[in-house]
Design a protein. Sequence first.
Length: 218
Amino acid sequence: MVENPLTSQLASRPAPVQRRGMLRVQAILNAADQILAEEGYEASTLGAIGKRAGIPTASVYHYFADRNQVDAALMERHSQEIDQLVTDAAGDPALGTLSEAIDALIDPQLAYVREHPSVVELWYAPGRSPLLMELEEAWGRAQAERLWRHLLDRGLIAADTPLLAVEVAYEAADRVFGVAFKGSRTGDEATIDEARRLMSAYLGTYAPQAPKTPKRRR
């Protein structure tokens, strides 16, 4: 995750200045979020962001060195909110099957992305910065590890299932999600269902094996 830009730049300043700086950073991120949602990734320049936020571009540079840092901070904000939604969904004691556990991972993220179309631009738009792609990959690895631990704790995959298996399943499903959102801000439902099937079928090969019943002697 990306460190909040206020941490290093405003930590030593008086409290009123810190508050003003925090408000400006939030205004910048809100403006970037709106432009991404309404006009797309290419339109979200520092100049456009500053204009939308009502902040001179030179002042925007005081908080963010370039638009890549704005994108990264906005991605962090969205990621934290998605993390909490997934955590809440995964904690449901009623989840008893592998498919239900996978739905608990996918459904909150899908609902959030549909409500916040800027996320589609940050995650899937062509021409994204290497920093964004690096952050997305790191976040995906963290999500895969959390899913792996959750499935192990629930006994939905065998105890010797390697983390790699869940990482592969997550990465493959994420690629399918990219296809689902390529031509649609809301994601093609049929393609998303294929992502669910892909994860369920693949991870199902790691499900605990029922003990074999010994044959009766005649």
